[in-house]
Design a protein around this ligand. Structure first.
Ligand code: FAD
Length: 420
């Protein structure tokens, strides 16, 4: 017999859990179907940065030329594995079409408002006793450079962020020493983003899970959605190997796997899995006072409960979770050479975590209803910002489910229908 619930959330990553939490707060009853366990996707080993500083989408002028150059560079932080995959080719074409100044100008206020609203909610979560402590610190972050070229690029980004109204300081070497006394000694300077914050993603996942269970929500780990039965323009049943589920509303929050699942509903969702890596060093002699990003390698270095996590690189290589020992490991090794108090040796393959960021070609998440499937709401495509944006995403999902059009940020640029 089919199982029934009010709202069914597919995916137990940060986005799915945040959506479930927001819906429970609105008095809905919620079941989450998770293929493995919460955090099995990208939400576990990431850098844990809540980063309003990320206001420029990946699709920006010059990125294609830079990307082509990087393809030839064995130690670049970005790679596309060449393959004849029609979804990838369509995605790249769309990405290329968004690489314009016009798109960047349009995206900046959208990303800024989402990020700041989300950070605000994190502060409230941290102050409330509904959630267990999750290592949230309004620390700010610093992007540090060790080359003049890196510094020039970072100062340009800083100007842009200042223009968008963010609180930013450009730091010379001695100012950097004051802000980040235990940072890389080779750094020439940096840019401090005062509104950035930090959390421990594993603790956040666990506290959200407990909060959801306390509020009456149900989490079903080990339950993979395999398909859908559609009837009368909506989802009649959600199929899993052991049971069929019926729900009033279905939220698709399966991160990078949302695209293949959407295919079952005849929907073409342009999301590519963008693999990233992290290594967590468990016994550093000291941890930095605040998180920082190494400008040249784009590796984020985060203090996390007495440990140091280095996270970075972006590979469009499909759902291949293998650790690229020729490219990614050398980048992490190079980064580690600049980070004090950790081993400068190449990390062992088994110590490297990989996760798939769900990336849209325009760099904006996909949140909202799909006109062709009545009871479906999408919540995915957060790319490099899924931790930063989860709380506000949860709220926007709940608004979409409830048919509330008075969201604190405009949902229309995030619509799943925007790609045509
Ligand atoms: C190296 C790295 C560093 C990062 N650093 C940051 C950072 O500092 N700050 C930030 O904001 N973001 C960061 N990100 C991005 C962030 O991790 C992601 O945007 C975010 O985790 C996406 O969350 P999600 O819930 O959408 O997807 P996921 O966390 O991937 O969750 C999707 C879930 O769906 C489940 N699922 C898949 N298929 C099915 C199915 N058929 N049935 C049921 N369940 C299914 C999966 O098992 C998974 O648990 C980083 C990412 C990486 C890779």
């Amino acid at each position: 017999m089919a199982k029934k619930t009010d709202v069914l959330v597919i995916g137990g990553g940060m986005v799915g859990l945040a959506a479930a939490n927001a819906l429970l707060n609105r008095g809905r009853s919620v079941t989450i179907l998770e293929r493995k366990c919460p955090g099995a996707g990208a939400s576990w080993g990431n850098a844990g940065l809540v980063a309003p500083r990320y206001i420029v989408p990946l699709a920006a002028p010059g990125v294609v030329a830079q990307g082509l150059w990087w393809m030839l560079d064995r130690e670049s932080p970005f790679r596309i594995k060449p393959r004849l995959d029609p979804d990838l080719l369509r995605w790249l074409w769309a990405f290329w079409s968004f690489c314009s100044e016009e798109h960047v100008e349009r995206a900046i206020p959208i990303l800024r408002d989402l990020n700041l609203a989300s950070r605000d909610r994190y502060e409230k979560w941290a102050a409330s006793d509904e959630l267990e402590e999750f290592g949230f610190r309004t620390s700010g972050s610093v992007v540090v450079h060790r080359t003049e070229k890196g510094g020039r690029k970072d100062r340009k980004k800083a100007q842009r962020a200042q223009k968008a109204g963010l609180n930013v300081s450009v730091l010379g070497r001695s100012e950097l020493d004051d802000v980040l006394p235990n940072g890389p000694s080779e750094a020439r300077g940096g840019v401090q983003y005062h509104q950035d914050a930090l959390l421990n993603p594993v603790r956040l996942l666990s506290s959200l899970k407990h909060r959801i269970e306390d509020a009456g929500g149900t989490l079903r780990p080990g339950t993979a959605v395999t398909g859908f039965e559609e009837r009368n323009g909506g989802i009649h049943a959600v199929q899993t190997p052991r049971a069929e589920w019926r729900a009033n509303d279905v939220i698709l929050a399966a991160g990078a796997w949302s695209a293949p699942l959407a295919h079952h509903l005849g929907l073409d969702l342009p999301i590519q899995p963008a693999k990233g890596y992290s290594v967590t060093y468990s016994d550093p002699a000291e941890t930095p006072d605040l998180p920082y990003v190494l400008s040249e390698t784009k590796v984020a270095v985060t203090p996390m409960d007495g440990q140091i996590r280095c996270a970075g690189t972006l590979e469009l290589a499909g759902f291949d979770g293998a650790v690229d020992t020729r490219r990614a490991v050398p980048i992490l090794e190079e980064a580690a050479r600049y980070v004090p108090h950790i081993s400068p040796d190449a990390p062992e393959q088994e110590d490297v975590w990989t996760g798939f960021r769900p990336c849209t070609p325009d760099g904006l998440p996909v949140i909202g209803r799909v006109p062709s499937v009545d009871n479906l709401v999408m919540a995915t495509g957060h790319g490099m910002m899924g931790i930063s944006m989860s709380p506000i995403t949860g709220e926007l999902v709940a608004d979409a489910v409830q048919g509330d059009d008075s969201s604190v940020v405009d949902r229309s640029p995030l619509s799943p229908t925007r790609f045509g």
